[in-house]
Write a protein that binds this ligand. Structure first.
Ligand SMILES: Cc1cc2nc3c(=O)[nH]c(=O)nc-3n(C[C@H](O)[C@H](O)[C@H](O)COP(=O)(O)O)c2cc1C
Length: 308
C-alpha cells in the first residue's frame, strides 16, 4: 500500500493539471480577482463564466432559489462587454500558473468562430464552447447542444478559427447524450465537459401563489443532479476517446471519485462552493488522497473509468 500519495495530477489534451479539480464556469463570475483566489486556493484549473459577444444584463432578481439538494438558477448568462471580459481574462492569464479555461458562447454558429478567434488572443490554455445554455435565444430557437448536426457545425467552425485546445460542454437535456458526444468528437473537440444544469425546473411560492424566479424556470444544479451527471459521463466514456471533465453535484472527495470512476479525467465544481467555500478544492484533493491511501491506489489514472 502506498502511504504517501502526493501526485494526483491528471492531463487534458496534453495539458497537465496538478490535481483533477476544476472551477466550473459561472459560479464565481469572470473577474480576475475571484478566479485568482480559486487558483491560489488549490484548484487544478479554473474556468471563466461564459464570455458573451455583447453585454447582457441577464434576468431580473430573484435569479437563484434553493431547493432540496441543490439550487435552481436563471441568471440568463449575464456578462460584461466582450472587451471588459477580454481584459479580465488577460489579467488572469498574467497572474496565475494554473491552467485557465475560457468559456464562451455565440448567438449563431458563425459567431462561435468569431468569438473563438478573439478570445484566443488572450492565450487561455483552453477554450470551452458553452453550447448547452438554456437561456440563450439563437438562430435555431433551441440550445445548440440539443442537435448533433448543429453541435458538430459549431465545433468545426471553432476548430477552424483557433489552435487552442477546445472543450465542448454538453447539456444533459437530450434524449441521447452519446450521439452529441460522438458528433462533437468527430468534428474535432479535444475534450468534452458534462454536464451543464438540468431542467429547467420551477418553484412556486404557495403563500403568494406565484413563481419564485423572475424567469419562472431555472436550471437545476447541485447534488440533486449528480446521478444524472454520473450516468452522462459513464455513457460518454463508452462512446468517445477524448478526455472528459465530469461536472454536476460534486461536493466531496467521494463524489469526485465516483465521477472519475465513471470515466472523467477531471471534475468540475460549481454549486459545491456555496456549501464549502473555495477551500473545497484543496479539501476534495485531500479526501481523494485519503481514499486512495485507504484502498491502495497509487495513481489517479487507476481510478479513471474504473467502473466500466
Ligand atoms: C449560478 C450559476 C451560473 C452558471 N453559469 C454558467 C456559465 O456561465 N457557463 C456554463 O457553461 N455553465 C454555467 N453554469 C453551470 C455550471 O458550470 C455547472 O455545469 C452546473 O452548475 C452543474 O455543476 P454543479 O452541480 O457543481 O454546480 C452555471 C451554474 C450556476 C449555478
Amino acid at each position: 500500500m502506498n502511504s504517501t500519495i502526493n501526485d494526483i495530477s491528471t492531463s487534458l489534451a496534453g495539458v497537465r493539471l496538478r490535481n483533477p479539480t476544476v472551477l466550473a464556469p459561472g459560479i464565481l463570475g469572470i473577474t480576475s480577482s475571484s478566479l485568482i483566489r480559486v487558483a491560489n486556493s488549490g484548484a487544478g484549473a479554473i474556468t471563466t463564466k461564459s464570455i458573451g459577444p455583447v453585454r447582457r444584463e441577464g434576468h431580473k432578481n430573484p435569479v437563484i432559489v434553493e431547493v432540496p439538494c441543490g439550487i435552481l438558477n436563471s441568471i440568463g448568462l449575464a456578462c460584461p462587454s466582450l472587451d471588459e471580459s477580454l481584459d479580465e481574462l488577460k489579467e488572469t492569464m498574467k497572474r496565475v500558473n494554473t491552467p485557465v479555461i475560457a468559456s464562451f458562447y455565440g448567438r449563431t454558429v458563425g459567431e462561435f468562430g468569431e468569438m473563438a478567434e478573439k478570445i484566443s488572443e488572450a492565450k487561455p490554455d483552453f477554450l470551452e464552447a458553452n453550447i448547452s445554455c438554456p437561456n440563450i435565444e439563437n438562430e435555431f430557437g433551441k440550445p445548440f447542444g440539443t442537435e448533433p448536426e448543429i453541435s458538430a457545425r459549431v465545433t468545426e467552425v471553432i476548430k477552424d478559427s483557433t489552435k487552442i485546445p477546445l472543450i465542448v460542454k454538453l447539456t444533459p437535456n437530450v434524449s441521447d447524450i452519446k450521439v452529441i458526444a460522438k458528433a462533437v468528437e468527430s468534428s474535432g473537440a479535444d475534450v468534452i465537459s458534462a454536464i451543464n444544469s438540468y431542467g429547467p425546473g420551477m418553484v412556486i411560492n404557495i403563500e403568494t401563489a406565484s413563481p419564485v424566479l423572475s424567469n419562472k424556470f431555472g436550471g437545476l444544479s447541485g447534488p440533486a443532479i449528480r446521478p444524472i451527471a454520473v450516468r452522462c459521463v459513464y455513457e460518454i466514456y463508452e462512446t468517445v476517446e477524448v478526455p472528459i471533465i465530469g461536472i454536476g453535484g460534486i461536493q466531496t472527495g467521494r463524489d469526485a471519485i465516483e465521477m472519475l470512476m465513471a470515466g472523467a479525467s477531471a471534475v468540475g465544481i460549481g454549486t459545491g462552493i456555496m456549501e464549502r467555500d473555495i477551500k473545497i478544492f484543496s479539501e476534495i484533493c485531500e479526501e481523494i488522497r485519503g481514499f486512495m491511501r485507504s484502498k491502495g491506489y497509487s495513481r489517479l489514472n487507476e481510478l479513471i473509468g474504473k467502473a466500466h
